[in-house]
Design a binder for this molecule. Structure first.
Ligand SMILES: NC(=O)c1ccc[n+]([C@@H]2O[C@H](COP(=O)([O-])OP(=O)(O)OC[C@H]3O[C@@H](n4cnc5c(N)ncnc54)[C@H](OP(=O)(O)O)[C@@H]3O)[C@@H](O)[C@H]2O)c1
Length: 305
């Protein structure tokens, strides 16, 4: 039953996303973001590229965290040229980050934290979706989707906490997908080697450029909304309970939404988080220690706070 509900959410979103989001302007008008510093991962293409550009054009300091810095520099040049005469030059820079390497993640975080400045928004946008291909593993030994879409962003988010705390109230946006409604996670098989991942192969056929599917400019609205809407903290307060550390889930049409049943499973969530910390080389309680301003040793780098 749960399975059927999940797939009906997936098909519903694919077919009706333009209709359910018809109340939104495109591009999404943003509140003032001058003074905000935002890191956007995977901003050389697709949704991330639009997100970075629109934040920069709205006045934010944007850091493009990318594996191809040359492509990012070329984009920055192009954006500056096209923006010329409309206002102050855009405040955008590129820094190297390859999520397939946890060393690269730690190097990025070390370099950013060394500036001792605030970080207001981290958008974990970069993601891969290479279903139907042979399984591949990162240099760290982890299945590539698990590393790029989950482990590396988790490490990045934790290692950047000192800067995010300096930018408080700050936000971490994890760009997700309606596919989470049919997702599952096995904390004892984070490398997805048990073969269950083959359920997912058929989903590659869902990703195609059709009339129904958002353009990157439409797709980035939920990221921009999550990053900038002033009411998000209020919404978060309404969700907090002692045993439910839920984060706001914002739908593709920019509405606070209930995530899937599986996402409400706190026992699994705790097990996945503990396993995640272990795999990225962080001690249990790393987040709590960093929030308290304590040092945390990581296999892939060290915090200097
Ligand atoms: N498009 C959709 O229909 C859709 C729907 C729901 C959710 N999403 C989510 O939205 C996010 C963006 O998707 P998209 O469609 O815009 O993807 P995309 O066009 O394929 O762009 C992905 C970005 O991630 C970067 N990236 C990939 N591997 C990386 C790595 N190892 N290290 C650093 N950066 C890496 C890519 O860099 P390169 O330019 O160097 O390749 C690219 O800039 C993803 O998290 C995706 O799951 C997308």
């Amino acid at each position: 039953m749960e399975w059927m509900r999940g797939w009906s959410s997936v098909f519903g979103e694919i077919l009706f996303q333009r209709i359910t989001a018809s109340h939104l302007h495109n591009p999404l008008p943003l509140p003032p973001v001058n003074g905000l510093t935002c890191v956007v991962t995977g901003s050389t293409n697709g949704i991330g590229r639009q997100t970075a550009r629109q934040l920069a054009e709205a006045g934010a300091h944007v850091v493009m965290a990318v594996r191809n810095t040359k492509a990012a520099q070329e984009l920055i040049q192009q954006w500056q040229n096209e923006w010329s005469g409309k206002g102050l030059p855009l405040n955008v820079e590129a820094m190297e980050l390859d999520l397939l390497s946890l060393d690269s993640v730690a190097r990025f975080a070390d370099a950013w934290n060394a500036r001792l400045g605030p970080l207001h928004v981290l958008i974990n946008n970069a993601g891969i979706f290479a279903m139907g291909e042979a399984q591949k593993f990162s240099e760290d030994g982890y299945e590539q989707h698990m590393q790029v879409n989950h482990l590396a962003p988790a490490l990045l988010s934790v290692l950047l906490l000192p800067s995010l705390i300096r930018g408080s109230p700050s936000r971490i946006i994890n760009v997700n997908s309606v596919m989470h409604s049919v997702g599952f996670v096995d904390p004892d098989d984070m490398n997805v080697v048990s073969g269950q991942g083959s359920t997912q192969d058929s989903s590659s056929s869902l990703r195609s450029d059709t009339y129904f599917i958002f353009s990157p400019q439409e797709g980035c609205r939920s990221s921009l909304f999550s990053a900038t809407d002033p009411q998000i903290p209020e919404y978060w307060e309404t969700l907090k309970t002692d045993d439910w550390p839920v984060c706001p889930f914002i739908s593709q049409d920019c509405r606070p939404t209930n995530p899937s049943e599986e996402a409400h499973n706190t026992e699994t969530a705790h097990r996945v988080w503990e396993k995640t910390l272990e795999l990225v080389g962080l001690p249990v309680g790393a987040v709590e220690k960093l929030i308290e301003g304590e040092n945390v040793q990581c296999r892939y780098g060290s915090q200097q706070e």
